[in-house]
Design a protein around this ligand. Structure first.
Ligand code: SF4
Length: 235
């Protein structure tokens, strides 16, 4: 059996890491470095690299992907997608859906690393009450690979309680009200969960994020007219 634990540095995968401490010598711990990670996350992972015998860093190119496919957003105006921009004139930003962006920069590269490592047991920190989660359940077998979600029935509070009980090094940003991990400093999606993270950025980066989000807002509102256009053209 080859086991790989998918580690983002966020609280849930950190709890998994501690739960499997007795197996650290035998499991791969895999982190996707998107190329847009926060400096403190890079430092945090460097510390783990020194501790974990089988730490694997998967490097991806989020900045290059964003330059090609656009800023991620929770709502995507079609004419602003990379293909839409080729068909329609316009000087607004290129925008992509956040699922494709995470898929290209995090999920597909992580899956590919699992294959390269020959993982037959994959551990993830997915919880049933996560707002975004994959369709598999803990213990499910897919193509000979077992997916293990030890926190499946845990609440967020259970995770923090457990981390405190084992004296885990909980990333300090959680104390500032951030609720997501820090895969990419310039993520313009998952906005409901990302407000505190964006507001906590250094001034220059926060202003840049506000600029991008404002341009995404304009692109969305310029393409969507809904019922009002029908009402306008009614006889
Ligand atoms: S976190 Fe945001 S910027 Fe990073 S890969 Fe996912 S959607 Fe893209």
């Amino acid at each position: 059996m080859v086991t790989a634990l998918q580690f983002s540095g966020g609280k849930d995968s950190l709890a998994c890491l501690h739960l499997f401490e007795s197996e650290w010598d035998d499991i791969y711990v895999v982190w996707v470095n998107t190329g847009a990670a926060y400096p403190d996350v890079i430092e945090y992972m460097e510390e783990w690299r020194q501790v974990l015998p089988n730490f694997v860093e998967v490097k991806t190119d989020q900045p290059g992907n964003i330059a090609k496919y656009g800023w991620p957003a929770d709502v995507v105006p079609i004419n602003s997608t990379s293909i839409g921009r080729k068909l329609m004139s316009g000087d607004g930003p290129v925008i992509q859906d956040y699922l494709s962006c995470c898929g290209r920069n995090i999920w597909a590269p992580m899956q590919s690393a699992m294959k390269d490592l020959g993982a037959t047991r994959i551990i993830r920190g997915q919880r049933a009450d996560d707002s975004h989660k994959g369709p598999l359940k803990s213990g499910q077998l897919v193509d000979g690979v077992e997916y293990v979600y030890p926190l499946e029935n845990w609440s967020e509070q259970d995770v923090f309680d457990y981390l405190r009980s084992v004296d885990a090094q909980i990333p300090s940003y959680y104390a500032k009200g951030e609720v997501t991990g820090r895969d990419c400093w310039d993520c313009t999606a998952y906005l409901e969960e990302n407000v505190n993270r964006i507001q906590g950025l250094p001034d220059e980066k926060r202003v840049e994020m506000e600029r991008r989000i404002s341009l995404i807002d304009s692109a969305i509102s310029s393409e969507w007219h809904g019922r009002s256009i029908i009402a306008r053209s009614a006889p």
